[in-house]
Design a protein around this ligand. Structure first.
Ligand SMILES: Cc1cc2nc3c(=O)[nH]c(=O)nc-3n(C[C@H](O)[C@H](O)[C@H](O)COP(=O)(O)OP(=O)(O)OC[C@H]3O[C@@H](n4cnc5c(N)ncnc54)[C@H](O)[C@@H]3O)c2cc1C
Length: 318
């Protein structure tokens, strides 16, 4: 019992980034246990997903052609049966809405301990040591789990696996007991704001309470336009209804890792930083030189946004 089984995630026909991050996290653990890394991808176009997931470091991929979208009962029954067949030491899933739906049920059925929202995982002999953040990232805790365990990992904490692998890709056919199926996905409803996914943007222009009022938001949109960037925000902007919820970066919003993150009039509260600290280059524009965002910025512009942003637009539009 040394292998690691990681469960890929997809939504509406697309594999989600965390699937590739799971490959990295799973490979690290498998190296520590001296085992193999197995992936499972359940429901949807699994053959296509299986090929995409064949990145460096993956030993085997199990494709499960059951259903189209996520279903709690299919996932729970399938993973339980895969566990019985493969006897992995660790089962890894994303700490997503779906992952948090099925991972506890899997752990419960298998009688395994579970740790959720891990930002780091280490295997030390028979112990799995998971690091978690609490109080919005102010405190780090470690949790030790003995023996075999289930862990859900936070998105954007591990780099996405690259390269092409040579994993064996095999279909796995679970025996789904339909009498145990208590839930069905009946449809999707987009959160307001259309289908913009700030997680896909290379450059984000992010606006905070320093913008003062809703009528000033177009200034930020104009800067985003000239940069070919996407607009995101801190939570108060969304709470005020000035931008839709799918634009919110942070602990209770989205975790983003763009090439460039421009924080305009954002103080850098821990709950916000939790969502953008993985950005490659951080630019902050703030009148307060002591705002926490200035400490983590690669370029800290200590000035009034109402002077800096129009000047940037003018300069970049030329
Ligand atoms: C459980 C929980 C979850 C949360 N989740 C999130 C989350 O997901 N995302 C999130 O963002 N927050 C979240 N928050 C809220 C968070 O704690 C902060 O309140 C919030 O991030 C502050 O937003 P802000 O930086 O826009 O505003 P403020 O903290 O008010 O900062 C405004 C900044 O603008 C600067 N400023 C003012 N005028 C100008 C000017 N003219 N030019 C330049 N700079 C100027 C000020 O110096 C200040 O630094 C959460 C809080 C809790 C308790």
């Amino acid at each position: 019992m040394t292998d690691v089984l990681a469960i890929g995630e997809h939504r509406r026909g697309e594999l989600r980034d965390v699937s590739y991050e799971l490959v990295t996290a799973g490979r690290q653990l498998a190296d520590a246990t001296g085992g193999e890394l197995h992936l499972a991808v359940i429901s949807g176009t699994v053959d296509e997903f299986g090929k995409k997931l064949d990145r460096e470091g993956v030993d085997a991929i199990h494709t499960v052609d059951e259903g189209e979208e996520f279903n709690h009962d299919i996932y729970t029954q399938t993973i339980t049966q895969l566990y019985d067949e493969l006897a992995p030491k660790y089962v890894l899933t994303p700490n997503s809405v779906n992952g948090l739906d099925y991972a506890p049920a899997v752990a419960n059925r298998l009688g395994l301990p579970i740790v959720t929202d891990a930002v780091d995982l280490e295997a030390d002999g028979e112990t799995l040591i998971a690091t978690r953040e609490m109080y919005g990232g102010k405190v780090e805790t470690t949790t030790e789990l003995a023996g075999s365990a289930v862990a859900t990992i936070r998105g954007a904490e591990w780099p996405a696996a690259e390269g092409t692998g040579d994993a064996t890709i095999e279909a796995f056919e679970p025996a789904i007991d339909e009498s145990q199926q208590g839930s069905t996905v009946t449809g999707f409803e987009e959160v307001g704001g259309g289908d913009v996914d700030i997680g896909d943007a290379d450059v984000l222009v992010s606006v905070g309470r320093g913008i003062e009022e809703e009528d000033n938001i177009p200034l930020i949109e104009e800067l985003a336009d000239v940069l070919g960037a996407t607009v995101s925000s801190s939570r108060p902007i969304v709470d005020n209804g000035w931008l839709p919820k799918n634009r919110q970066v942070g602990q209770s919003g989205k975790v983003v890792t763009p090439d460039v993150y421009i924080a305009i009039g954002i103080s850098g509260a821990v709950q916000h930083v939790a969502g953008m600290k993985g950005s490659d280059t951080i630019v902050a524009i703030n009148t307060d030189p002591n705002a926490p965002i200035m400490d983590i910025a690669d370029y800290a512009i200590h000035d009034d946004l109402f002077d800096v942003v129009p000047a940037l637009i003018e300069e970049l539009s030329e």
